[in-house]
Design a protein around this ligand. Structure first.
Ligand code: UDP
Length: 467
C-alpha cells in the first residue's frame, strides 16, 4: 500500500517569461485551493529571470524542464510565433513521457492547462484521459479576435478597414495582432492552427475581469452549445521576487522621490527599440523635465521583439553608449536608469510612481491596473496594439503619442505625451479612472469576488470528477 495519490494539476506555459509569470500566479491560486502543481517549462538556460522565478516557487509548486529543443533549422529571422510554435510541437513526445511518468508514480492529474499556443498538446492529455484546460493569459478582446481569426479570413478574405467584435471597442486593421496580418506568412498559418484548437479544451480561463471587459466576457460566455465554458479569473498578477543579490538601488532611489512624481518606462520582457527611437526617447524624457525610471535595453534594429528569446539580460553588456552623449550625467538628479531588467511589479506598487510608459503587454497592463497607475501606450508587437486600443479608447486610462512620421515618435511628441500624463488634466482623468479600475480589480480577485469564484468553480468541477 503506497501513499494516497497526490492531486496534481499540470501547467505548460509556452516559451517566454510573459507566459510563465501568469502561470506561476495561477498555480499559486490553485495551491490555495488544496491542489499541488507542476509547471512544465521550456529550457532557457541563459534566462536568469526564469531560473530565479523557478527556484523560488512556493511549497506545493514544482517544475520540470523539457529538454532543450533545437531550432537551428529555422531561418534566423523566423517570427516569435513561428519559433515558439515549433518548440511546442517538437516537445510533444517529451511531454507525453512526463505525463505518463507522473501517472505511473501514484499521482492523479486532475487537469492539464496550457495557453493559446499550446493547442497541439491538448491531444496528449486526451490520450491519457486528463481534463484539458486553456489559460488565456491575455484579455477577452484578444480572445475574441484570436478565436474569430479562421472565420474572419475564410468568410471575407480578411478585414480591410475596421472590425467590430461583439462587446469590444472597434478595431482598425492597423492595430491587429501583428502575427495575424500577413496571410502568406508561416506565423499566420500557426495562428490559424492555434485558434482552431482552442475550442478542444474542456474549459478556458481568461486573465481578465468583468469590470473592464464585461460585455465581451458576457458574449463569449454565452457562445452557445458545444463550446467550452469560459471563466474570467483575472487579474492574476505576481510579485516577482528575485534572489538576494538584486541591485535595488532603484527602489532606494524611488524612496527619495515625491509621491506620484516618477514616470516608469518598461517594454516588457521582449521589447526593444531601434537606435534612433532609443535616442528620441532619451531626449524626449529629458525635455519633459519629469522624473523617470527607465529600464533600458540595447537597441536592436527593426525587430521590436528582439529580446524575446534572448534571456532578459543574461550576460549582456551593461554599456549605455547608445544613449545620447551626456544624457546620463545631465539627468542624474531626476532620472534613474536600470539596465535590461528590474522588478517591475515592485516598482509599479511604489507610491513615487505617477505614470507608466508601457508596451501594453497584458501582464504589465494588469500590474498597472492593480496599482492604479495611468499609462502612456507604446505598443510594439503581438496583441499589444489591440491592448493599447482597449486602454486608450475603451477604458480611457492611457494616452498615446501621435507621431507625424510613421514608425518614429520624435522627442517633442514624447515630451508632450509625458507632460500630458504627469501634469495635464488628461493625466488626472486617466488616473481617476485607473483608481476605479484598481478597486474593481481588487474586488474581482478578493474572496467572493467574481474572478475568485470563477476559479473556485473550476476546482469544484475537478472535485466533482473524482478529486
Ligand atoms: N517584467 C519585469 N521586469 C522587467 C520587464 C518585465 O518584472 O524589466 C515582467 C512584468 O512585470 C510582466 C512580465 O515581465 O509581469 C512581462 O509580461 P507582459 O505581458 O507585460 O509582456 P511580454 O514580456 O509578454 O511582452
Amino acid at each position: 500500500i503506497g501513499s494516497p495519490p497526490r492531486n496534481l494539476h499540470l501547467l505548460l506555459p509556452s516559451p517566454g517569461i510573459g507566459h510563465l509569470i501568469p502561470f506561476v500566479e495561477l498555480a499559486k491560486r490553485l495551491v490555495h485551493q488544496n491542489l499541488t502543481a507542476t509547471i512544465i517549462t521550456f529550457s532557457d538556460l541563459s534566462s536568469h529571470v526564469q531560473q530565479s522565478l523557478l527556484s523560488s516557487l512556493p511549497v506545493g509548486i514544482s517544475s520540470v524542464s523539457l529538454p532543450l529543443i533545437p531550432l537551428d533549422d529555422l531561418p534566423a529571422n523566423a517570427h516569435v510565433v513561428t519559433r515558439l510554435s515549433h518548440m511546442i510541437a517538437r516537445s510533444i513526445p517529451f511531454l507525453r513521457l512526463i505525463l505518463q511518468n507522473l501517472q505511473k508514480f501514484n499521482t492523479r492529474i486532475v487537469a492539464y492547462i496550457t495557453d493559446l499556443f499550446g493547442g497541439d498538446t491538448l491531444s496528449v492529455a486526451t490520450e491519457l484521459s486528463i481534463p484539458r484546460y486553456v489559460f488565456f493569459t491575455s484579455n477577452f478582446f484578444y480572445f475574441s479576435f484570436f478565436h474569430n481569426l479562421p472565420h474572419l479570413y475564410s468568410e471575407s478574405g480578411g478585414v480591410h478597414h475596421t472590425l467590430s467584435l461583439p462587446g469590444c471597442v472597434r478595431l482598425h486593421a492597423r492595430d491587429f495582432s501583428r502575427s495575424a496580418i500577413d496571410k502568406e506568412s508561416e506565423e499566420f498559418a500557426w495562428m490559424i492552427r492555434h485558434a482552431k484548437q482552442i475550442d478542444r479544451a474542456d474549459g478556458i480561463m481568461v486573465n481578465s475581469f468583468e469590470a473592464v471587459e464585461g460585455d465581451a466576457a458576457k458574449f463569449l460566455k454565452e457562445r452557445g452549445k458545444g463550446k467550452p465554458p469560459i471563466f474570467p479569473v483575472g487579474p492574476l498578477t505576481s510579485k516577482v521576487e528575485l534572489e538576494s543579490k538584486v541591485d535595488c538601488r532603484y527602489m532606494q532611489w524611488l524612496d527619495r522621490q515625491p509621491d506620484r512624481s516618477v514616470l516608469f518606462i518598461s517594454l516588457g520582457s521582449g521589447g526593444t527599440l531601434s537606435m534612433e527611437q532609443t535616442r528620441e526617447m532619451a531626449s524626449g524624457l529629458e525635455m519633459s523635465r519629469q522624473r523617470f525610471l527607465w529600464i533600458v535595453r540595447a537597441p536592436a534594429g527593426s525587430d521590436a521583439s528582439a529580446n524575446y528569446f534572448s534571456a532578459q539580460g543574461g550576460g549582456r553588456s551593461e554599456l549605455l553608449d547608445f544613449l545620447p552623449p551626456g544624457f546620463v550625467e545631465r539627468t542624474k538628479d531626476t532620472g534613474m536608469i536600470v539596465h535590461s531588467w528590474a522588478q517591475q511589479e515592485k516598482i509599479l506598487a511604489h507610491e513615487a510612481i505617477g505614470g507608466f510608459l508601457s508596451h501594453c503587454g497584458w501582464n504589465s497592463t494588469l500590474e498597472s491596473m492593480v496599482n492604479g497607475v495611468p499609462m502612456i501606450a507604446w505598443p510594439l508587437y503581438s496583441e499589444q496594439p489591440m491592448n493599447a486600443v482597449l486602454l486608450v479608447e475603451g477604458l480611457k486610462v492611457a494616452l498615446r503619442p501621435t507621431p507625424q512620421v510613421e514608425k518614429l515618435v520624435n522627442r517633442d511628441e514624447i515630451a508632450e505625451a509625458v507632460r500630458r500624463l504627469m501634469e495635464g488634466d488628461e493625466g488626472k482623468e486617466a488616473r481617476k479612472r485607473m483608481q476605479e479600475v484598481k478597486q474593481a480589480a481588487t474586488a474581482a480577485v478578493g474572496v467572493e469576488g467574481a474572478s475568485y469564484m470563477a476559479l473556485t468553480s473550476i476546482v469544484n468541477i475537478w472535485k466533482a470528477s473524482g478529486l
